[in-house]
Design a protein around this ligand. Structure first.
Ligand code: FEO
Ligand code: CA
Ligand code: CA
Ligand code: CA
Length: 682
């Protein structure tokens, strides 16, 4: 069934009436000479997977170390001298590329969202549907073919997640909690989520968004998509709006991402639970409690304007079960429906990264970002086919999902989440593999996985296949938590509050750590591994021994974004709460660092504006252009308080600082280049 549902196989499943890419490019012929470039239809069909499989077959295999980190680190952005800007080392330049509300080249007239607070409110879905969404997060650059068939370093598609919306900033009101929630307001916020696909080109030395582009696309919380894999069609995925349990509107809370070596993009649904609420009385089920689905949600109040988000609407109780998945997107086929791959489990997916062996054995790692939740691995049943892209299109529908157990002796086990095995039986309430996948967290509880200090991004080394995982922080371990519930209403396994263990050794882990492991035999399908802690983050100047950490180099806290570049430099992005003005006195605001896996030395590369986090980083294939994401500058913005908040990236651009004309803080991407044209990090 699922192969028939793949967009490439069945042209009838796209109800959007979007023009096919051939139609689109025909339209371009007359007015933009699009096809005069190096890119014709013949090559478009083969673009996917181009230059992606760095982990398996890098053209010039880098050394397993840090690839050479030779830039001079920059100081932290400290409270006393705080700069509301992006700073990079001497010899480097950072420029804003695109931000919330900017046109991304979707066909049709541009209806931009203003850079100040003068917009009529609310911003409409129509405007948000053609512009860069809010709060960009994970992203990837897919190069076009360049000179001599090598991946281009000057032209490609940038695919970017939009994690969430700040409803007050989006609606330009400080009274969001009391305003009337209309369907139009919900639609506009829904449209701010999801994914943007942008075509980028370097012209005259400057990176620009190609406008219009036949590839430009917004995928939002309302875009039709397919559920595939073992849980597709299950009764628990059926709603009155979709009795088939196979068609979903949209993707939400698109945090970090992944790619496949066959050239598709994976967007990961993280804190999807918070968008739902209940009109009227609501009795939470055990599964809803485990995932934090509550009557009030996170305060978006969408359930008051759109019955799809109302848990009490007739036939709608299963709608949250249709979120929490990894979604596969083919960026080179603008008419292909995104596909939610249920085989990878339903959790609060942070990101996904793959490891592939020379024989094509392939797995995907994905963490569940919640206090005391788990780390997962999906091993595809089939092998990656390097010569036939189409043969890989449904690899993510069949395989085995595992959850990690970290033993105290430095070994680890992958515990299979397979119906009928390990207590996942009818006697324990599990009814099928679909049930195991829809209630992945509860299956993993039963399997006996290790509760972790919030798994965020995972990154696989390009040549050694060693796996690194950020564990950002945890304040609910040992005797520390005031209650077993997490702030979003979810509960740890069995309501338990774990004590420390070898893999999560600190009772008050406010600075987080990074763990790493190698699969037995370096086999992506192995069921055992060996692990160690790469670094305990902290503040060397903090008087509390538990908070000093063991960093070699520059201190950091709350590691989140994690990415290996082509040469094996490990880039770490932080997500401390707020400005870093409290516990972060010595560390400063959020930043991005380069680490050498061999020496463990960590060096600060980029500091960021006020009240933002750094999230999302990727380079062109030559490593000479880096795209970096800045998310939620001026977090918790409110009118009247703007002078104390960020106005990045448009600071000073809008004249007098009255409320209407002051620049509003916008999540945005920056382009980082080295002034001598060299590789970023050298
Ligand atoms: Fe969206 Fe766990 O960061
Ligand atoms: Ca994150
Ligand atoms: Ca985070
Ligand atoms: Ca975030």
């Amino acid at each position: 069934m699922s192969s028939k549902m793949h967009p490439d196989n069945d042209v009838t499943i796209n109800p959007s009436n979007n023009a096919s890419i051939r139609d689109v490019m025909e339209q371009f012929k007359g007015r933009r000479n699009f096809l005069k470039g190096s890119l014709g239809m013949a090559t478009v069909a083969t673009l996917g997977g181009f230059g992606l499989e760095a982990k398996a077959a890098y053209p010039t295999a880098p050394a397993p170390g840090g690839g050479g980190i030779t830039f001079t680190g920059i100081p932290p952005n400290l409270a006393a001298t705080f700069v509301d800007a992006v700073s990079v080392p001497t010899g480097y330049t950072a420029k804003t590329l695109v931000g919330w509300g900017d046109a991304i080249g979707v066909m049709g007239p541009d209806a931009l969202i203003s850079h100040d607070h003068s917009d009529p409110m609310p911003i409409s879905a129509a405007r948000q549907n053609t512009t860069f969404g809010q709060h960009n997060d994970g992203m990837h650059f897919f190069p076009f073919p360049g000179v001599g068939g090598a991946p281009s370093n000057e032209r490609g598609l940038l695919v970017v997640n939009h994690e969430y919306v700040d409803p007050g900033l989006h609606a330009n009101t400080s009274s969001y909690g009391t305003i009337t929630i209309t369907k139009a307001l919900v639609d506009a916020q829904v449209a701010a989520h999801g994914v943007s696909v942008l075509e980028l080109r370097k012209l005259g030395g400057e990176w620009t968004v190609v406008k219009p582009s036949p590839f430009a696309r917004r995928i939002t919380g309302a875009t039709p998509m397919v559920l595939s894999g073992p849980a597709a069609g299950d009764a628990a995925l059926q709603t009155s709006a979709d009795p088939t349990g196979t068609r979903v509107l949209g993707t939400l809370n698109n945090c970090a991402h992944g790619i496949t070596p066959w050239g598709t993009y994976l967007t990961c649904e993280e804190n999807w639970n918070g968008y739902f609420g209940a009109n009227g009385s609501f009795t939470q089920t055990a599964a809803e409690r485990r995932y934090g689905v509550t009557a009030s949600g996170f305060g978006y109040r969408w359930h008051l304007g759109d019955s799809r988000f109302d848990l009490n609407a007739p036939g709608n109780r299963n709608e949250p079960n249709r979120f929490g998945w990894v979604v596969e997107i083919d960026p080179f086929n603008p008419r292909a429906m995104p596909i939610k791959r249920t085989a990878l489990g339903r959790i609060k997916h942070e990101s996904a990264d793959f490891a592939v062996a020379p024989d094509g054995t392939i797995c995907f790692y994905t963490g569940d970002d919640e206090r005391n939740d788990y780390m997962y691995k999906f091993v595809c049943a089939g092998k990656f086919n390097r010569t036939n892209r189409a043969a890989n299109r449904n690899l993510l529908d069949s395989g085995t999902l595992y959850v990690a157990k970290f033993n105290a002796d430095g070994t680890g086990e992958w515990l299979p989440l397979v119906f009928g095995q390990g207590g996942l039986t009818p006697a324990n309430g599990f009814t099928s593999q679909a049930d195991v996948l829809i209630r992945t967290r509860q299956a993993a509880d039963r399997a006996g996985a290790t509760m972790m200090d919030r798994p965020e991004w995972v990154a696989v080394h390009p040549t050694t296949r060693e796996v690194y995982l950020t564990l950002t922080n945890n304040n609910r371990r040992g005797t520390n938590p005031p209650s077993s519930n997490n702030p979003d209403g979810s509960s740890s396994a069995g309501g338990a509050r774990p004590s420390v263990d070898a893999a999560n050794p600190r009772p008050d882990n406010r600075y987080g750590h990074i763990i790493r492991w190698t699969e037995t035999g370096n086999n992506p399908a192995a069921t055992t591994f060996a692990w160690d802690i790469f670094v305990e983050c902290g503040d060397k100047l903090n008087p509390a021994a538990n908070l000093k950490g063991n960093i070699v180099g520059d201190d950091l806290g709350a590691p989140d974004g994690l990415w290996f570049d082509r040469d094996g430099r490990l880039w770490i992005q932080t997500d401390q709460q707020g400005d870093g003005l409290g516990d972060w006195t010595n560390i400063g605001g959020n930043a991005m660092f380069a680490a050498d896996p061999s020496t463990r030395r960590i060096t600060r590369f980029l500091t960021s504006p006020r009240n933002c986090e750094t999230t999302g980083v990727v380079s062109t294939p030559d490593g000479k252009t880096m795209f970096v994401g800045i998310q939620h500058p001026g977090e918790d913005w409110a009118p009247g308080a703007y002078t104390a908040k960020s106005t990045w990236p448009d600071s000073g651009a809008n004249g007098p600082t009255t409320q209407a004309t002051v620049a509003k803080p916008r999540s945005a991407l920056v382009v980082v280049t080295k002034n001598d044209g060299g590789v970023i990090g050298t």
